[in-house]
Design a protein around this ligand. Structure first.
Ligand code: CA
Ligand code: CA
Length: 200
């Protein structure tokens, strides 16, 4: 007679940023290899299938991302302050990249959607207060700033007056500022909020 083997697997309560845990349908069930579907909390929209699955190894598997969409690209603002490398790693871990402002329209939308609502102007008196990391970085060994993922140059119209100035000879990374809504080069170890982007 064959012996049956039981596998006990407990994925615990899933932690998915900005997903609505009350949106699980009645016919969904929690259990090994059972699928649930989640929606995102308002006003976020969802990228991915919406399916979340408890695997035999006790890990949740999902492709759900909750964020905002603009012209086919997907974006998320993260307020937790971290270094440029830390921010890049976080975006990469979700399958995205640090935001690259390819057009003035994209910059305007990012500022209106994320920067202005998340930082009160009165809390950000200096133009370099309340920065958010973008994917801009000095190209190795040169004084040219590029969008680090594709290597495209950063538009001249996106910089704040007098920037990039490499202040203190130590400003290799590019932040979007709250006061001016334009770019500033900044020391890469500065703890900043950050914005992730995903291609369609
Ligand atoms: Ca972009
Ligand atoms: Ca600077």
């Amino acid at each position: 007679m064959d012996t049956l083997q039981c596998t006990v697997s407990d994925c615990g309560v899933p932690v998915i940023l900005r997903a609505d845990m009350n949106s699980v349908e009645r016919w969904d069930g929690i259990g090994v290899e059972r699928r649930m579907r989640l929606q995102c909390l308002s006003p976020y929209s969802r990228k991915g299938s919406g399916v979340i699955l408890c695997q035999k190894d006790g890990q949740w598997k999902t492709d759900i991302l909750c964020g905002f969409e603009f012209q086919g690209h997907f974006y998320r603002f993260h307020s937790e302050a971290t270094t440029w490398e830390g921010a890049k790693a976080r975006c990469n871990s979700f399958g995205g990249y640090l935001v690259e402002l390819d057009t003035g329209n994209e910059r305007d939308w990012i500022f209106t959607t994320f920067i202005a609502p998340n930082f009160r102007q009165e809390d950000c008196q200096k133009f370099y207060d309340c920065g958010s990391w973008t994917g801009g970085r000095v190209r190795d060994g040169e004084l040219t700033f590029v969008w680090s993922r594709g290597g495209n140059p950063i538009g001249n119209n996106l910089w704040y007056d007098g920037q990039p100035n490499n202040n203190g000879d130590d400003q290799d990374c590019v932040e979007l500022t709250r006061q001016s809504g334009l770019l500033n080069d900044r020391g890469c170890l500065t703890p900043n909020a950050f914005i992730c982007e995903w291609d369609p």
